[in-house]
Design a protein around this ligand. Structure first.
Ligand code: COA
Length: 147
């Protein structure tokens, strides 16, 4: 396990975040999309820092008592060190602080690693969203945990 510092994301982190984003997703978010997410009231975006370098990040939105994890990623060379886990736990704490009652997220059924991480913290698949992912038409699993 590599212990990281968890901080709120700021605009100055975006160059590093975007590099990890492009290495992690087939449909990477743009800088503008991150800027909009950072600006949107109530959203929380966090980064994992290791010796002042961003090695991962994650985000959550709030809809009333429901929190929705929008993204989570760790730089490829740092994966498997429980950094994703520290990010997920930080988001769960933020959601509890804000009195959310449940957290939901979408994940590709093919993403066994992410599903393993979510299941470890109590998320269960509660539905399937057909054709959710635009790049290959893959379905999404909708997962939820009560907190
Ligand atoms: C998903 C992701 C964030 C996990 O981050 P990570 O730091 O590598 O994961 P961790 O080291 O914290 O592992 C936590 C749990 O994830 C699962 N996991 C991690 N690596 C795994 C692997 N190689 N094989 C199987 N399960 C794995 C396990 O359940 C693990 O817990 P365990 O070690 O007790 O079994 C990372 O793989 C990633 O950035 N993937 C690309 C982006 C992505 O798919 N994001 C999710 C979109 S929904």
């Amino acid at each position: 396990m590599i212990l990281v510092d968890i901080d709120f994301m700021n605009v100055g982190d975006l160059d590093e975040v975007l590099e990890i984003e492009r290495e992690s997703f087939n449909l990477p978010w743009s800088r503008n999309l991150f800027l909009r997410e950072l600006d949107f009231p109530g959203n929380a975006y966090i980064v994992a820092r290791l010796r002042d370098r961003v090695v991962g990040y994650a985000g959550i939105r709030f809809y009333g008592r429901q929190a929705h994890i929008t993204t989570i990623a760790v730089a490829p060379k740092w994966r498997g060190n429980r950094i994703g886990e520290q990010l997920l736990l930080a988001l769960i704490e933020i959601a509890k602080d804000r009195q959310a009652k449940e957290i939901v997220l979408e994940v590709r059924p093919s993403n066994r690693i992410a599903i393993g991480l979510y299941e470890k913290y109590g998320f269960r698949t509660i539905g399937v969203i057909p054709g959710y992912y635009m790049d290959n038409g893959e379905d999404a699993f909708l997962m939820r945990v009560k907190i």
